[in-house]
Design a protein around this ligand. Structure first.
Ligand code: ANZ
Ligand code: ZN
Length: 783
């Protein structure tokens, strides 16, 4: 038996797979499975996060391939945009050269993962072959009125010297460079994503996405049903028209708190109320003016206290009548009963008193009081009746149109020109792509213009409509435009007649599974859904949603449980880890580090990664004790079932622990049957593709293990041969495991102690006593 030497095995099989085109998606096979991972920025060097994103996702892609699916697992580079350009500027390099040399380097690193990428479909967004179609699609948006130029207050990053979309501003700071963003009035290209707000919310329903992702998108879009109501010549937007009798002043957007000297009439009370200015009212939400109801809104209350404005209560909460146990949490005290009710429950009594004394801000819904003929109505009814009487229904959204123009060099030139006579004119289709010209000075500028504006010979052009003088648009498109449709190009990457043929689109779409980072929930994921819906409306794609199933993954922390960063010295370099442990160990360890389907943060544990290496070595050594006669540990079928179920739901960590348990069991045996070993290798193949391929060939097989069918389990063998043992720590259930029904007491206790969840609970503490109930339970009692 040779020693396990990952280095030689891994490069050997990577070359072999490439030569055999083992992972290229088949043109004619049925049962497609489009497995997509967000493509990387060519930032220069792969870090552990890339490994987590790509190598661990590869496990699931390989699994589906072995299930018999025609898997397409493509990869490319999101190569335009600020990240690459800023990095190039920092190094005083040309962004194009920098980007392409990074791509070359990163490809080598990506290959070292042993991923089953279909490299024949590689897409690079800064390649004119690709961005020709980005421009072509942009012009479709323009043609349909969904792309327009407008002057509005926009986010400006003084360091990146460009406009940013709302989605790229995080708590007031530039998402890229961390500089505080300022507001500027500028003429910018925008896409009408707001036209799609309702569909972007409603169509979430049909998608197999986790609830938090759906909620985050809904919140970002921020749909509010309310009313527009006129107070004299000032119109306000309110979601609480039921509180109108309590509106004691008006606030319009302003830089600081200031009384305007003006009064308007509250249409409900017919009273004159003052008009104030304040910063807490945003200019670009609703109508930029509010009716302030200090008794029922915290900010209005604070403002009223500060400026001594009247507070008037008009809503009473529906408090629970605790004297009636059947009503707790359910039914409520009604209408005028409120004022006469003595609440048994002292807390409610306190709330009631405070409300009646006017010292409580009550922001919930309830029963209208002090509201004329509307008094005693419940809030929902009050809202609709008051809206009908004094205003009109109105839906507002937090979502703003997507500002897509950037005053930066490294992006797709916006394919329009400005003619003195004809105004904005689209570049004719035959002249696409508008190539990004080579220029010397590509540094961002302070004057709000792109560096392209200095490329005079490129800028000056004749108008294709009138033949007169015209100038090219010099802004470029936001990178998020490039990435809004890259997954379409993967289906037909070398097509030079169309962005993709209808046949290929039909064959591969929608994306069956999409894995990416949580930070893209309200950026890329929202933009590309919008883009796809628009393409759908233009008749260019069949379906209105691009991604059936979406998974956001977590992040890997340094060994000190802190975010990895150079300054903290806690960065794990994957190249070094591969050198030390082998790619198969790094892959399997990262799968083992935590549930892949949850957005957690998992620290890299150097000891645990060595533990995984040992686990693989044990599998390697089984070759020396193979036996032709069928023996069985009794764990074959339960492990197949467990590993299959867990990979399907992306709980890869528990899939690995099931394999570890099985290997423990086999380790105790003198012989391992060849049949059982082969099944083990197949289940392990997605995790450790090189090692299992090597062993598969050592066993005398010709073809690749990665095109073998995934093992099937026999339902009837699940229960009879195995038992599930519950593991407790100090009497609390913390885990369970499947074991052979012949398991001894000692084995069960040992097994329980090796479970990662249990190790977490036990930590460094001593196990004082163990209680074992045969085939049922292990309880570890700690001191
Ligand atoms: C009266 C009122 C009474 C309100 C009350 C709330 C509670 P969402 O849900 O976020 O849409 N509002 C409206 N336009 C605003 C603006 N431009 N800047 C700041 N605040 C604004 O919130 C809608 C509510 O936010 C509106 O309903 C309005 O205050 C305020 F007991 O009107 B409300
Ligand atoms: Zn910036």
């Amino acid at each position: 038996m040779k020693d396990y030497d990952p280095k030689s095995i891994e490069s050997k099989w990577q070359k072999e797979w490439k030569k055999e085109k083992l992972y290229e998606a088949s043109e004619d096979k049925k049962d497609k499975y489009y497995f997509l991972v967000e493509f990387p920025y060519p930032s220069g060097n792969l870090h552990v996060g890339h490994w987590y994103a790509f190598a661990v996702a590869d496990i699931a892609a390989r699994f589906h391939r072995m299930l018999g699916k025609n898997v397409m697992f493509p990869i490319g580079f999101d190569a335009f945009g600020l990240p690459a350009e800023n990095a190039a500027i920092k190094r005083k390099l040309n962004p194009r050269e920098w980007t392409f040399s990074n791509i070359e380097y990163m490809k080598g690193q990506l290959r070292s993962m042993g991923n089953s990428f279909d490299w024949s479909r590689e897409v690079i967004t800064c390649d004119p072959e690709y961005y020709k179609w980005t421009q072509w699609m942009f012009l479709k948006f323009f043609e349909k009125g969904l792309a327009y130029q407008a002057e509005s207050e926009v986010n400006w990053c003084p360091s990146c010297k460009t406009v940013l979309a709302n989605e790229q501003v995080v708590n007031g700071y530039c998402e890229r460079c961390g500089t505080e963003v300022i507001q500027k009035k500028m003429l910018q290209w925008q896409l009408k994503i707001t036209d799609y707000a309702d569909r972007l919310i409603n169509d979430l329903e049909s998608l197999d996405w986790s609830k938090p992702i759906k909620e985050a998108q809904k919140n970002w879009i921020g749909r509010s049903e309310g009313a527009l109501i006129k107070f004299g010549d000032i119109e306000v937007f309110t979601t609480r028209p039921d509180t109108i009798f309590g509106a004691t002043f008006i606030v319009v957007a302003g830089k600081e708190d200031k009384f305007t000297g003006k009064y308007v009439t509250n249409p409900a009370t017919a009273e004159k109320i003052p008009v104030w200015e304040a910063e807490y009212v945003m200019e670009d939400y609703g109508t930029g003016a509010i009716m302030a109801v200090p008794a029922h809104d915290e900010r209005d209350y604070e403002f009223a206290r500060k400026h001594d404005l009247p507070v008037k209560h008009v809503i009473m909460p529906r408090l629970v009548d605790h004297s009636n146990p059947h009503q707790v949490g359910e039914e409520t005290i009604k209408r005028s009963e409120f004022e006469n009710t003595k609440f048994n429950h002292s807390e409610d009594q306190v709330i009631k008193d405070r409300i009646l004394r006017g010292v409580e801000v009550y922001t919930g819904e309830g029963i209208l009081i002090n509201s004329g003929e509307f008094s005693q109505l419940e809030s929902p009814e009050g809202k609709s009746k008051i809206t009908k009487r004094f205003g009109i229904e109105k839906v507002s959204y937090k979502l703003r149109d997507w500002v897509v123009s950037r005053q930066r060099y490294w992006g797709v030139p916006i394919p329009v020109l400005h003619c003195e006579k004809c105004g904005v004119v689209a570049v004719p289709e035959k002249d696409l792509p508008v190539i990004l010209p080579e220029i010397d000075d590509y540094l961002p500028r302070d004057d709000g213009k792109s560096p392209l504006s200095k490329a005079e010979s490129w800028v000056k052009i004749t108008c294709p409509k009138c033949g007169g003088k015209a100038e090219r648009e010099t802004d470029t498109l936001d990178t998020f435009v490039d990435s809004s449709w890259y997954f379409l190009r993967y289906t037909d990457p070398r097509n030079d007649k169309e962005f993709a043929s209808p046949l290929q689109l039909k064959k591969w779409l929608p994306v069956d599974f999409y894995s990416g980072g949580a930070e893209h929930t309200t950026m890329h994921l929202l933009y590309s859904r919008f883009w796809h819906k628009a393409l759908h409306d233009f008749g260019l794609v069949n379906e209105s949603e691009p991604y059936l199933r979406r998974m956001n993954r977590g992040i890997i922390l340094g060994p000190d449980s802190q975010k990895m960063s150079k300054s903290k010295g806690n960065v794990i370099d994957p190249d070094k880890e591969v050198e030390r442990l082998g790619a198969d160990t790094v892959r399997t360890y990262l799968a083992f580090i935590g549930p892949y389907n949850e957005v957690g943060a998992y620290p890299w544990n150097p000891d645990a990664s060595i533990g995984v290496r040992r686990f693989l070595e044990r599998v390697w050594r089984f070759q020396a004790k193979l036996s032709g006669t069928p023996t069985s540990s009794g764990l074959i079928h339960p492990t197949i079932k467990k590993v299959t179920d867990e990979i399907r739901s992306l709980k890869l960590n528990t899939a690995v622990s099931a394999l570890m348990i099985w290997v423990n069991e086999l380790d105790k045996q003198e012989k391992v049957s060849k049949e059982e070993y082969e099944i083990l290798l197949k289940l392990l193949a997605p995790f450790a593709p090189h090692m299992t391929e090597e062993l598969w060939h050592e066993l005398g097989h010709e073809g690749s293990i990665h095109t073998e069918p995934w093992p099937k389990y026999d339902e009837s063998k699940l229960a009879t041969e195995t038992v599930t043992i519950i593991v407790q720590v100090n009497g609390k259930v913390r885990s369970k495991f499947i074991a052979s029904s012949s398991i001894s007491k000692e084995e069960a206790i040992e097994e329980a102690q090796t479970l990662p969840e249990i190790q977490k609970w036990v930590g460094d503490r001593e196990v004082d006593k163990t209680i074992y109930v045969s085939q049922k339970l292990v309880n570890l009692v700690l001191t």
